[in-house]
Design a protein around this ligand. Sequence first.
Ligand code: PEP
Ligand code: MN
Length: 342
Amino acid sequence: MKNDAPPADVQRVVAVIEEMGFQARPMPGRQRTTIGVVGNEGPVDASRLLGLPGVREVIPVTQPYKQVSREWKSESTVVRLAGGLAVGGDEVVVMAGPCSVESESQIIAAAQAVREAGATILRAGAFKPRSSPYSFQGLGKAGLKLLARAREESGLLIVTEAMDPESVNEVAEVADIIQIGARNMQNYSLLKKAGRVGKPVLLKRGMAATIQELLLSAEYILAEGNPDVILCERGIRGFDSATRNLFDVTAIPVVHATSHLPIIADPSHGTGHRDMVIPMARAAVAAGADGLLVEVHPTPDRALSDGAQSLYPEQFEKMMREIRHIADAIGRRIAEPAELGA
Ligand code: PEP
Ligand code: MN
């Protein structure tokens, strides 16, 4: 719509779109309102809309995904979380903690350590998707309870994984952000359920997924009515065994160019080795990542999962110091725990 289009013009366009048999999604922006059209199978007859008062232009979406595209919404999405924290704005949000919740003392110690170093969100899995059925599968519901305790004790927000549609509701009771893991990126019934739960979703890139497939998976969540999706680059399968995965730092500017959704980076699963995590965390912030997801364990040598890629608390502190300088150099800031609850 034109900058000065009055609400009556917007309503008229909405009514015409509905008359044409489609649904209209008005999105008021800082400068002007955009009205998205969904439900059309092919091209929409633009001439009918162009003749209406207040209409500035009709932009066909050329991507196979729609609502996640920049063509659909040119302003970047800012996912607002509890406590005043936001992902996708000026601040870079650091989510850190162990791969898995292992015990009360472990998760509380981890929460304290990452908060002291400056993280604002605690990560840890209660339900763990493991490549082997004989590996530690997580504490399940008991793990969720421990995460709720850690949230109370530390004031940190919680990101934790839901592995199947059945557990989404119980995970959502504790989680501030529901994580969908790489192995589940194309679990469409899980994506649909996450689209209806009313909590922000962290969607990790599948280990053999293209960026377009990642965006199509995000589209499932938005299509169910949940606009609060944060994407995550966590490395893809490469042919070189020097690293666990090939950390695709270019996914960050590619996503920013093609989608309005925020994207964070996981240099832990991206590399698989703790000594490579800090350099890749720095690279991700320099590339414009809206946040980081980093594994940190109070005693990595005793971790029940992903110990080799988990940072020692002192290393995490060093990482935080370094990325503050990098954020500053590109006109951003690292979100600090002091702002939580503000
Ligand atoms: C995790 O975050 O611990 C995890 C299982 O990650 P991914 O789904 O990226 O393998
Ligand atoms: Mn892990």
